[in-house]
Design a protein around this ligand. Structure first.
Ligand code: NDP
Length: 281
């Protein structure tokens, strides 16, 4: 058996095209503002990619780039102004922020109805309570990929390796909401290989190159590799030893080209959803 590759690029392209069609039919453009503070170089690339994808799909997208010396109070005032602006449907504060600004303060300042990253405690709480709300983009993208791969979720045993606020925890909540029996593993998990071997669905969101070995994968499992790790050679690899996993898994996401492309597509999906909800459309 060799696993089917889950083509995140293709799924993301279809999702973006679908959003573009829906926006073209609206007659108005949902507004997205990405707030960037300082000069973190990787953030510069992410912000440009988000802006480009948003414009291509027909969103009214702009970037608010504030200087490194911006104080926390100034950033919060900027976010308050965006909260109050009726043309703005989605606000994303690009992380990391400079060290003198508390990320939680910025996240909590965003109106939960415009929180297209889904990081606000109100949205995290709604997800944990099984209520509708804005869901973090990467786990949302992973759920699309599972659906596209035809994975049976109801009653399946799922393991999420990693418990971060932005990936692991919301991912586990989404799988629970889809009737999986969910194990959340982390750095203190006693027998990670053993836990993993019981799982029909494996989601790895750790940040350790190729940590999940092929013989940890139950035959026929579906593997979603969220990890993006750059080796010294410059090569990008996931958290799963991809080649080793191929003979075990039924389907697996490659890195790059798996979960990565879904994150921006789901940001756009969240922005359209936020716009429709806010405008009662
Ligand atoms: P964090 O560093 O916030 O969390 C990593 C998690 O992995 C923690 O919960 C940690 O456990 C757990 N962990 C660390 N070491 C081990 C171990 N040896 N065994 C088991 N669990 C372990 O990372 P993120 O959630 O932000 O990101 C995870 C990965 O996903 C990264 O590679 C990141 O680059 C990638 N990523 C990709 C995205 C995309 O595709 N667009 C978006 C976001 C992230 P503990 O809590 O105990 O410390």
């Amino acid at each position: 058996m060799t696993a089917t590759l889950i083509d995140g690029k293709a799924v993301a392209a279809r999702l973006r095209a679908g959003l573009a069609t829906r926006i073209a039919g609206l007659g108005w453009a949902p507004g997205l503002v990405v707030v960037r503070v300082g000069e973190d170089p990787a953030s510069g690339v992410y912000v440009r990619n988000k802006d480009k994808a948003a414009r291509e799909a027909g969103f009214a997208s702009r970037t608010r780039h504030l200087p490194e010396a911006t104080t926390e109070a100034e950033l919060l005032a900027e976010i308050a102004a965006l909260n109050a602006d009726p043309a703005v449907d989605g606000i994303l504060v690009q992380l990391p922020l400079p060290a003198h600004i508390r990320a939680e303060a910025a996240i909590e300042a965003v109106d939960p109805a415009k929180d297209v990253d889904g990081f606000h405690p109100v949205n995290a709480g709604r997800l944990a309570s099984g209520l509708p709300g804005l869901v973090p983009c990467t786990p949302r993208g992973a759920m699309h990929l599972l659906a596209g791969a035809g994975a049976t979720l109801r009653g399946a045993r799922a393991i999420v390796i990693g418990r971060s606020q932005i990936v692991g925890r919301p991912m586990a909540q989404l799988l629970l909401g889809a009737d999986c029996t969910v194990t959340i593993a982390h750095s203190r998990t006693a027998d990670l290989p053993g836990e993993c071997r019981r799982a029909d669905i494996v989601v790895a969101a750790v940040g350790r190159p190729e940590m999940v070995r092929g013989d940890w994968i139950k035959p026929g499992a579906v593997v979603i590799d969220v990890g993006i790790n750059r080796l010294e050679s410059g090569k990008l690899v996931g958290d799963v030893a991809f080649t080793e996993a191929l003979p075990h898994a039924r389907a697996i996401t490659p890195v790059p080209g798996g979960v990565g492309p879904m994150t921006i597509a789901c940001l756009l999906e969240n922005t359209l959803e936020a716009a429709l909800a806010r405008r009662g459309a």
